[in-house]
Design a protein around this ligand. Sequence first.
Ligand SMILES: Cc1cc2nc3c(=O)[nH]c(=O)nc-3n(C[C@H](O)[C@H](O)[C@H](O)COP(=O)(O)OP(=O)(O)OC[C@H]3O[C@@H](n4cnc5c(N)ncnc54)[C@H](O)[C@@H]3O)c2cc1C
Length: 414
Amino acid sequence: MESSPQSAQSVDVLVGGAGFAGLALAIALRQGLGPSFSVSVADPALARPANDGRASAIVAAARRLFETIGVWQKIEAQPIRDMVVTDSRLTDVVRPVFLRFDGDVEPGEPFAHMIENAPLLAALAQKAKDEGVKLRPAAVADFEFTPDRVEVRLSDGETCAARLLVAADGARSAIRERAGIASHGFSYEQSAIVTTVAHERDHCGRAEEHFLPAGPFAILPLKRDASLGHRSSIVWTEQTQEAARIVALPEAEFHAELERRFGLRLGEIAEVGPRRVHPLSLSVGRAFIADRLALVGDAAHVIHPIAGQGLNMGLKDVAALAEVIVDAVRLGLDPGSPAVLERYQRWRRFDTVAMGITTDGLNRLFSNQSDVLRLVRDVGLGLVDRLPALKQLFIREAAGLVGEVPKLLRGEAL
Ligand SMILES: Cc1cc2nc3c(=O)[nH]c(=O)nc-3n(C[C@H](O)[C@H](O)[C@H](O)COP(=O)(O)OP(=O)(O)OC[C@H]3O[C@@H](n4cnc5c(N)ncnc54)[C@H](O)[C@@H]3O)c2cc1C
């Protein structure tokens, strides 16, 4: 590693990436281990205000994590009261509902909420600061492993030695690549158009997922805005070329395409957010750990947003890694040692691969024109809809409450 250090520092854990995963992990570690355990987060994005215009579905388990680390109380969230699933062609006048989820996952606890990404990121950054996490507005540029630490060079020229480096630097993780960890996957040749619409009528907390042949069109309820009124977030999947054509349309034509898919249930609609396009892919890291390195969030895995689970999976990584590190350090162990990191990898990798396969299968089953597959899935959805016990199991699974759930996702402090 070439370096001309302006100043060398030493920390217990250095997190590369201040997205949801990186910041939540840093906060959880400080809360679990106290001020004697030093944690830094490095990300060039820390130099500017959060500008992610997206919204995310946060399932019950992930909400418990945010509540336990003390950020949920700082943001506005819209509970999802019920969800309907339809399966039709764009030209169909009526879209029959095949599956409906409603009710709570536990009494008084909705199975998911919708949040806006930017305020949640801002609340996480503020909480991290309050907990004494050192926030550094620079990228992880390079690093080298030595037997007892990892020497990291940041893009501002400073160096930092850590007992553990965590890659939380997103889907195109440079840290993962620099560590030589391959990731397996492919592009879906689909892209998601994301925007926000205001509408005349109240959504009453209903989320809608319309399975159209090009891919799912989701209408996700947002908190009412004082000036814009009732709003929903749109995640609209199309073939990549078609998505590029649609987002480039003049306003009136874009509006017409949107309205064809959105329908009339909520009255007149108006676009009130920027249009953005996100190419979709599936990828899973071949390993989630290396010497003194752990991957979390999109740096470890990227899945199709068909079930709104990407971030929720990343938060499961965070909860598992935080628990493993806190347990180890309390026993006097080195948080970057192979035994500690292997426990994390065993906990998370199988679950991640299973979720990747499930979301991929759902996308293949629904995003196509085949009448045979259409019949199969509609019979399947209809069956699930008629079996309350199976439906409840699906809801608990989607809410992240099935399997070996880490403490933070159960709402327990570390
Ligand atoms: C259209 C769409 C809709 C989605 N909807 C949902 C949903 O409803 N629910 C859900 O659970 N998930 C959803 N997801 C997935 C979710 O958005 C991601 O899983 C989540 O944002 C990943 O968070 P992260 O913290 O791992 O990475 P990111 O949010 O990508 O953060 C990575 C950070 O690392 C920084 N960085 C990059 N390189 C470096 C470096 N070298 N050094 C330091 N820092 C670096 C970046 O600046 C960035 O701040 C959706 C995804 C898409 C595309």
